[in-house]
Design a protein around this ligand. Structure first.
Ligand code: FE2
Length: 256
Protein backbone atom coordinates (compact mmCIF):
# COMPACT_ATOMS: atom_id res chain seq x y z
CA UNK A 1 0.00 0.00 0.00
CA UNK A 2 1.09 3.57 -0.62
CA UNK A 3 1.00 6.23 2.04
CA UNK A 4 1.15 9.87 1.02
CA UNK A 5 2.44 12.33 3.60
CA UNK A 6 2.34 16.10 3.01
CA UNK A 7 4.50 18.41 5.13
CA UNK A 8 3.37 21.46 7.08
CA UNK A 9 0.48 23.15 5.27
CA UNK A 10 1.27 26.83 5.75
CA UNK A 11 -1.00 29.86 5.39
CA UNK A 12 -3.68 30.51 2.82
CA UNK A 13 -1.60 29.86 -0.27
CA UNK A 14 -0.48 26.50 1.16
CA UNK A 15 -4.06 25.56 1.98
CA UNK A 16 -5.26 26.56 -1.45
CA UNK A 17 -2.48 24.57 -3.14
CA UNK A 18 -3.27 21.45 -1.10
CA UNK A 19 -7.03 21.70 -1.72
CA UNK A 20 -6.40 22.14 -5.42
CA UNK A 21 -3.69 19.51 -5.82
CA UNK A 22 -4.37 16.75 -3.29
CA UNK A 23 -7.15 14.83 -5.10
CA UNK A 24 -5.04 14.47 -8.27
CA UNK A 25 -1.82 13.88 -6.33
CA UNK A 26 -3.48 10.93 -4.57
CA UNK A 27 -4.31 9.43 -7.96
CA UNK A 28 -0.84 10.05 -9.38
CA UNK A 29 0.89 8.45 -6.37
CA UNK A 30 -1.69 5.64 -6.04
CA UNK A 31 -2.09 6.72 -2.43
CA UNK A 32 -4.22 4.41 -0.27
CA UNK A 33 -3.79 6.47 2.87
CA UNK A 34 -2.99 10.17 3.25
CA UNK A 35 -1.56 12.09 6.18
CA UNK A 36 -1.31 15.89 6.14
CA UNK A 37 0.46 18.03 8.71
CA UNK A 38 -1.85 21.01 9.32
CA UNK A 39 0.25 22.66 12.02
CA UNK A 40 0.59 26.03 10.26
CA UNK A 41 -2.56 25.99 8.14
CA UNK A 42 -4.37 28.90 9.84
CA UNK A 43 -2.55 32.19 9.15
CA UNK A 44 0.82 30.43 9.59
CA UNK A 45 0.21 29.18 13.13
CA UNK A 46 -2.21 26.48 14.24
CA UNK A 47 -5.42 25.19 12.72
CA UNK A 48 -9.18 25.81 12.98
CA UNK A 49 -11.96 23.22 12.82
CA UNK A 50 -13.14 24.52 9.44
CA UNK A 51 -9.63 24.24 7.93
CA UNK A 52 -9.38 20.72 9.37
CA UNK A 53 -12.65 19.84 7.60
CA UNK A 54 -11.37 21.31 4.33
CA UNK A 55 -8.22 19.16 4.53
CA UNK A 56 -10.31 16.04 5.20
CA UNK A 57 -12.65 16.90 2.31
CA UNK A 58 -9.63 17.37 0.04
CA UNK A 59 -8.59 13.78 0.84
CA UNK A 60 -6.59 13.64 4.08
CA UNK A 61 -7.27 10.55 6.23
CA UNK A 62 -5.42 11.99 9.21
CA UNK A 63 -4.31 15.55 10.03
CA UNK A 64 -1.33 15.94 12.35
CA UNK A 65 -0.14 19.03 14.22
CA UNK A 66 2.93 20.35 16.04
CA UNK A 67 4.11 22.97 18.50
CA UNK A 68 1.37 25.38 17.31
CA UNK A 69 -1.40 22.79 17.87
CA UNK A 70 -3.25 25.04 20.31
CA UNK A 71 -2.36 28.44 18.84
CA UNK A 72 -5.93 29.11 17.71
CA UNK A 73 -8.22 29.05 20.73
CA UNK A 74 -11.20 27.91 18.63
CA UNK A 75 -9.69 24.46 18.01
CA UNK A 76 -9.09 23.75 21.72
CA UNK A 77 -12.82 23.43 22.41
CA UNK A 78 -13.55 21.68 19.10
CA UNK A 79 -10.96 18.87 19.06
CA UNK A 80 -13.64 16.29 19.84
CA UNK A 81 -15.51 17.35 16.68
CA UNK A 82 -12.41 16.59 14.60
CA UNK A 83 -12.14 12.78 14.78
CA UNK A 84 -9.11 12.46 12.50
CA UNK A 85 -7.07 15.28 14.00
CA UNK A 86 -4.18 14.39 16.29
CA UNK A 87 -2.06 16.65 18.46
CA UNK A 88 1.48 15.96 19.67
CA UNK A 89 1.23 13.29 22.34
CA UNK A 90 3.76 15.04 24.56
CA UNK A 91 2.50 18.63 24.26
CA UNK A 92 0.79 20.26 27.25
CA UNK A 93 -2.14 20.42 27.97
CA UNK A 94 -2.47 16.70 27.33
CA UNK A 95 -6.21 16.64 28.06
CA UNK A 96 -7.14 18.35 24.78
CA UNK A 97 -7.60 16.17 21.72
CA UNK A 98 -6.24 12.82 20.62
CA UNK A 99 -2.61 11.81 20.85
CA UNK A 100 -2.92 9.00 18.31
CA UNK A 101 -5.43 7.44 16.00
CA UNK A 102 -5.96 4.06 14.34
CA UNK A 103 -7.67 3.83 10.93
CA UNK A 104 -8.15 0.80 8.75
CA UNK A 105 -6.79 0.54 5.24
CA UNK A 106 -6.67 -2.63 3.11
CA UNK A 107 -7.63 -4.60 6.23
CA UNK A 108 -4.62 -3.30 8.17
CA UNK A 109 -4.80 -1.14 11.27
CA UNK A 110 -2.68 1.94 10.67
CA UNK A 111 -1.81 4.00 13.74
CA UNK A 112 -0.64 7.58 13.31
CA UNK A 113 1.13 9.32 16.16
CA UNK A 114 2.45 12.84 16.47
CA UNK A 115 5.39 13.56 18.82
CA UNK A 116 7.30 16.80 19.45
CA UNK A 117 11.06 16.92 19.63
CA UNK A 118 12.78 18.50 22.60
CA UNK A 119 15.77 20.35 21.10
CA UNK A 120 15.36 24.06 20.15
CA UNK A 121 11.57 23.77 20.57
CA UNK A 122 9.90 26.46 22.67
CA UNK A 123 6.96 24.33 23.74
CA UNK A 124 6.09 22.71 27.05
CA UNK A 125 6.50 19.06 26.23
CA UNK A 126 7.41 15.79 27.90
CA UNK A 127 10.58 13.97 26.79
CA UNK A 128 9.75 12.46 23.36
CA UNK A 129 11.38 9.14 24.17
CA UNK A 130 9.38 8.72 27.38
CA UNK A 131 6.22 9.59 25.41
CA UNK A 132 6.98 7.25 22.50
CA UNK A 133 7.73 4.36 24.87
CA UNK A 134 4.36 4.73 26.54
CA UNK A 135 2.52 5.14 23.23
CA UNK A 136 4.03 1.85 22.03
CA UNK A 137 2.62 0.10 25.09
CA UNK A 138 -0.83 1.59 24.46
CA UNK A 139 -1.28 1.24 20.70
CA UNK A 140 -2.59 -1.91 19.05
CA UNK A 141 -2.02 -1.68 15.29
CA UNK A 142 -0.42 -3.47 12.35
CA UNK A 143 1.82 -0.54 11.57
CA UNK A 144 2.60 2.75 13.23
CA UNK A 145 3.57 5.97 11.47
CA UNK A 146 5.09 8.80 13.47
CA UNK A 147 5.09 12.47 12.50
CA UNK A 148 8.11 13.59 14.55
CA UNK A 149 7.72 17.35 14.71
CA UNK A 150 11.17 18.59 15.65
CA UNK A 151 13.85 21.13 14.82
CA UNK A 152 17.12 19.23 15.19
CA UNK A 153 18.08 16.68 12.54
CA UNK A 154 20.32 14.96 15.11
CA UNK A 155 17.33 14.29 17.36
CA UNK A 156 15.37 12.97 14.37
CA UNK A 157 18.18 10.59 13.38
CA UNK A 158 18.42 9.46 16.99
CA UNK A 159 14.67 8.82 17.05
CA UNK A 160 15.07 6.60 13.97
CA UNK A 161 17.86 4.56 15.57
CA UNK A 162 15.78 4.01 18.73
CA UNK A 163 12.38 3.20 17.13
CA UNK A 164 13.05 1.85 13.62
CA UNK A 165 12.10 -1.68 14.59
CA UNK A 166 8.71 -0.67 16.03
CA UNK A 167 7.64 2.06 13.63
CA UNK A 168 6.95 1.65 9.90
CA UNK A 169 7.75 5.29 9.17
CA UNK A 170 9.25 8.28 10.96
CA UNK A 171 8.54 11.45 9.02
CA UNK A 172 10.11 14.65 10.26
CA UNK A 173 8.18 17.93 10.08
CA UNK A 174 8.50 21.50 11.46
CA UNK A 175 11.56 23.00 9.71
CA UNK A 176 9.61 23.63 6.45
CA UNK A 177 12.72 22.75 4.42
CA UNK A 178 12.68 19.35 2.77
CA UNK A 179 15.78 17.26 3.37
CA UNK A 180 17.31 14.87 0.83
CA UNK A 181 18.08 12.09 3.32
CA UNK A 182 15.03 9.89 2.72
CA UNK A 183 15.83 6.23 3.33
CA UNK A 184 14.52 2.82 4.34
CA UNK A 185 16.29 1.90 7.55
CA UNK A 186 15.64 -1.76 8.40
CA UNK A 187 12.05 -1.54 7.17
CA UNK A 188 11.34 1.92 8.57
CA UNK A 189 10.81 4.78 6.11
CA UNK A 190 12.55 7.95 7.21
CA UNK A 191 13.14 11.56 6.19
CA UNK A 192 14.45 14.28 8.48
CA UNK A 193 11.91 16.72 7.10
CA UNK A 194 9.12 16.33 4.56
CA UNK A 195 9.17 20.08 3.83
CA UNK A 196 6.35 22.59 3.58
CA UNK A 197 3.17 23.02 1.56
CA UNK A 198 3.30 26.77 1.66
CA UNK A 199 4.45 30.03 0.06
CA UNK A 200 7.58 29.40 -2.00
CA UNK A 201 8.90 33.00 -2.02
CA UNK A 202 8.98 33.36 1.74
CA UNK A 203 11.11 32.74 4.81
CA UNK A 204 9.74 29.40 5.98
CA UNK A 205 6.28 30.62 4.94
CA UNK A 206 6.60 34.09 6.44
CA UNK A 207 6.53 37.34 4.48
CA UNK A 208 10.11 38.26 3.50
CA UNK A 209 9.72 42.05 3.93
CA UNK A 210 8.18 41.61 7.37
CA UNK A 211 11.07 39.39 8.50
CA UNK A 212 13.70 41.77 7.04
CA UNK A 213 12.08 44.74 8.81
CA UNK A 214 12.08 42.83 12.06
CA UNK A 215 15.48 41.15 11.96
CA UNK A 216 17.59 43.62 9.96
CA UNK A 217 15.89 46.99 10.58
CA UNK A 218 14.94 46.08 14.17
CA UNK A 219 11.34 47.22 13.68
CA UNK A 220 8.50 45.91 15.77
CA UNK A 221 6.41 44.00 13.23
CA UNK A 222 3.35 41.80 13.35
CA UNK A 223 3.70 38.20 12.17
CA UNK A 224 2.65 38.05 8.52
CA UNK A 225 2.46 34.94 6.36
CA UNK A 226 3.67 35.31 2.78
CA UNK A 227 0.96 35.48 0.14
CA UNK A 228 3.24 34.08 -2.57
CA UNK A 229 2.18 31.06 -4.56
CA UNK A 230 2.78 27.79 -2.72
CA UNK A 231 5.00 24.79 -3.20
CA UNK A 232 3.87 21.26 -2.34
CA UNK A 233 6.25 19.02 -0.38
CA UNK A 234 5.97 15.53 1.00
CA UNK A 235 6.81 11.88 0.56
CA UNK A 236 5.22 8.70 -0.71
CA UNK A 237 5.94 5.59 1.32
CA UNK A 238 5.35 2.10 0.01
CA UNK A 239 4.50 -0.50 2.66
CA UNK A 240 4.66 -4.27 2.08
CA UNK A 241 1.24 -5.44 3.28
CA UNK A 242 2.51 -8.93 4.17
CA UNK A 243 5.16 -7.62 6.59
CA UNK A 244 3.74 -4.15 7.32
CA UNK A 245 7.27 -2.77 6.82
CA UNK A 246 8.26 0.05 4.50
CA UNK A 247 10.01 -0.85 1.26
CA UNK A 248 10.43 2.53 -0.42
CA UNK A 249 10.16 6.24 0.18
CA UNK A 250 10.12 8.92 -2.49
CA UNK A 251 10.19 12.68 -2.12
CA UNK A 252 7.64 14.97 -3.74
CA UNK A 253 8.43 18.62 -4.31
CA UNK A 254 6.42 20.79 -6.66
CA UNK A 255 7.38 24.43 -6.99
CA UNK A 256 5.22 27.15 -8.54
FE1 FE2 B 1 6.15 23.54 13.95
Amino acid sequence: MNILFLGDVTARSGRDAVMRRLPKLKQETSADFTIVNGENAAHGKGITSSIYRQLIEAGADVVTLGNHAFSKSEICSRMEECPYLIRPANLEPKEDGRAWIVRECHGKKIAVVNVLGSIFMDAAAEDPFVTMDSLLEEIDADLIICDFHAEATAEKELFLRVYHDRLAAIIGTHTHVQTADEQIYHGCAYISDAGMCGPFDSILGRDCVEVIDRMVHKQLTKYKPSQAEAMISGVVIEVDESTCRAVSIRRIQERP
